[in-house]
Design a binder for this molecule. Structure first.
Ligand code: CU
Length: 154
C-alpha cells in the first residue's frame, strides 16, 4: 500500500511539473506578408529566462515567392547584422548552406530560410537581461523593412 501511494505521489509530481512548463512557454506565430517584405507581428514581449517558441510561416499563396528567415539579434544590433547580410551576398554558400544567415556574434537565434508554403519553429530560452531584442529577415534586401522587436521584460 505504501509503495502505491509513493508511486501516485511521484506521478502527480511529474504531471504538475510539466503543466507548469507548458504554461510558462511563450508561443508566437509570425507570418510573412504575401506581398510586402514584412512580418505580421512587429512586437511581442517575453519574460527573462522564459521558454520561447517562434513559428515563422511563409504563406503558400505568397505573391512574391520570396524565402524568409528570422534572426533574433542583440539589442541595438539590427543594422550591424543587416549590413553583414548585405556584405555576404557574394558568398556562393550564403543562400544555400548558410540559409542567408551572416556570420556575426550579434546573432542570438535564427530559423532556416523558409520557402513559400513552409514554416520553421525556433525554440530557445529568452535572455536574462531585459531589453529590446530586434528580429530581422536577412534574405537580401529585406532586413531594413522586414523587422520587429522582441521585448524582454519582467
Ligand atoms: Cu524576408
Amino acid at each position: 500500500m505504501r509503495n502505491i501511494l509513493l508511486t501516485i505521489a511521484a506521478v502527480s509530481a511529474l504531471i504538475s511539473t510539466s503543466g507548469i512548463q507548458a504554461e510558462d512557454a511563450a508561443e508566437v506565430k509570425i507570418t510573412a506578408d504575401k506581398i510586402q517584405f514584412a512580418y505580421d507581428i512587429k512586437e511581442f514581449t517575453v519574460k527573462p529566462g522564459q521558454t520561447v517558441k517562434i513559428t515563422l510561416v511563409n504563406p503558400a499563396d505568397s505573391v512574391t515567392r520570396q524565402p524568409h528567415n528570422l534572426l533574433i539579434v542583440k539589442p541595438g544590433k539590427k543594422d550591424v547584422v543587416g549590413m553583414a547580410a548585405n556584405g555576404s551576398m557574394s558568398d556562393p554558400e550564403f543562400m544555400t548552406t548558410k540559409q542567408a544567415v551572416p556570420e556575426s556574434e550579434d546573432i542570438l537565434f535564427h530559423t532556416k530560410l523558409v520557402q513559400a508554403g513552409e514554416e520553421d519553429t525556433l525554440e530557445f530560452t529568452a535572455p536574462e537581461e531585459e531589453g529590446d531584442y530586434p528580429y530581422i529577415c536577412t534574405f537580401p534586401g529585406h532586413w531594413m523593412i522586414m523587422n520587429g522587436v522582441m521585448k524582454v521584460a519582467k
